[in-house]
Design a protein around this ligand. Structure first.
Ligand code: UD1
Length: 384
């Protein structure tokens, strides 16, 4: 149904909500937020920073998740943290000055998240915009992770902190953030998962990647702390190879990981694995939902396996998503990572088998987080 002319005019009179998307894990969070803003007829501007730019890392997700074309594309591309963050800051500033949004909404913990929040914080008083952070309050307490720096600083800069799980609020309160700025909205990435799951199951991804109907494992690897040194990358790939003796192991290769495998001359360790290019959302979700075990260093995959009830082994020292461990789907491999430690943890996870998550599913991981985000924006126009 088309909005009446006077309501279009009223809507246009309000300054817009500017939504930032930059890297692959942002797209599944931004999709339901854009759809919810559009359903509520709230004027919005979608900005893609271009932090991720390959078709397989970006365009595929826009197409599969039905995200409209960005209104602005900043085209920043790859670079060192300083160069990438600086380029995003320089490019978003004129967009904010021109569009004067009432809200700038940033998601997750990537460089685009912090860069845009930082510029908005400096312009907040001159253009009257407020900053909302979706996925606020997660903490690994590991300051060697660039994402931890991005999370803590983005939260400190934000007016409205939209949390995905109950563990997040105490983290924010401990850092001195006022309770009235914090709103528990649940996990918006799960809105996308629940919407896409029936289609993903019907898509038969295992057969499409050539592993038929037998039990299999899927692994994802991209953390600099795991892949940027042969000392860590080699034992991880050897552990996956040992596992591949008993079941196929699918390894969609992130561009960073592919580059490092080549650079370190570790290509032969991929031979026992079913290495693929980065997968689209539907294939990845279909594979996760059918896997016997998932091995990962991604934050989002830890959450997706929790909703799916699939055992997950996380290749990190800590997780900023402890709820995935308390629900019972996720476990950390012993640190520092070794081939034997990873293999033993994966075997324990396989023995455990699928986890009947049912009523233990985290509160707010219910497919309606994007609606609660829109409500929170409406209700909190008066925060400082
Ligand atoms: C970024 C995020 C990380 C997130 C991950 C998901 C930060 C600090 N890191 O890490 O939190 O989990 O995305 O993928 O924001 N490259 C391509 N094509 C692309 C994008 C990147 O080939 O479309 C290559 C480039 O060589 C680049 C490297 O991958 O240098 C790493 O990309 P970058 O965006 O710097 O970090 P990610 O490791 O992807």
């Amino acid at each position: 149904m088309e909005p009446k002319e006077e309501s279009i005019n009223a809507m246009e009179a309000l300054s817009p909500v500017l939504v930032v998307a930059g890297a692959r894990p942002n797209f599944m969070k931004v999709a339901p937020i854009i759809h919810a803003l559009d359903s509520a007829r709230i004027r919005r501007i979608l900005v893609h920073t271009g932090q991720h730019y390959d078709a397989q890392m970006s365009d595929t997700f826009f197409a599969e998740l039905g995200i409209p074309a960005p209104d602005r594309h900043l085209g920043v591309g790859s670079g060192s943290h300083a160069a990438q963050t600086a380029r995003i800051m320089e490019a978003i500033e004129p967009v904010l000055l021109e569009t004067r949004p009432r809200w700038i909404l940033v998601v997750g913990d990537v460089n685009s998240t912090l860069a845009c929040a930082l510029v908005a914080a400096k312009l907040r008083h001159s253009i009257g915009c407020r900053i909302a952070h979706v996925e606020a309050g997660l903490r690994s307490n590991d300051w060697s992770m660039p994402e931890e720096v991005n999370r803590v600083l983005t939260d400190r800069l934000s007016d409205l902190l939209l949390t995905p799980s109950p563990d997040a609020e105490p983290n924010l309160l401990r850092e001195g953030i006022e309770a009235e700025r914090i709103v528990f909205v649940g996990n918006v990435m799960i809105d996308t998962l629940l919407r896409m799951l029936p289609g993903a199951r019907a898509h038969d991804a295992p057969r499409r990647v050539g592993i038929g109907g037998s039990p299999f494992a899927i692994a994802t690897l991209h953390r600099p702390s795991n892949v940027d040194s042969p000392t860590t990358l080699r034992p991880i790939l050897m552990a996956l190879g040992a596992l591949a003796v008993s079941m196929p192991v699918v390894l969609p290769l992130h561009p960073r990981t592919r580059q490092r495998v080549e650079e370190f001359g570790l290509g032969s360790l991929l031979a026992p694995l079913k290495a693929t290019p980065p997968l689209g959302y539907t294939d990845m979700l279909g594979l996760q939902s059918a896997a016997s075990v998932v091995i990962t260093d991604s934050g989002g995959v830890q959450e997706e396996t929790t909703v799916l009830g699939i055992p997950c082994v996380t290749l990190r020292e800590t997780t900023e998503r402890p709820i995935t461990i308390s629900v019972g789907t996720n476990r950390l491999a012993p640190w520092p990572l070794t081939e034997d430690g990873i293999v033993a943890t994966v075997r324990a996870a396989l023995e455990q088998g699928p986890v009947p998550v049912g009523a233990r599913a985290p509160a707010g991981w219910d497919g309606r987080a994007s609606q609660r985000i829109v409500e929170a924006l409406r209700n909190h126009t008066n925060v400082a």
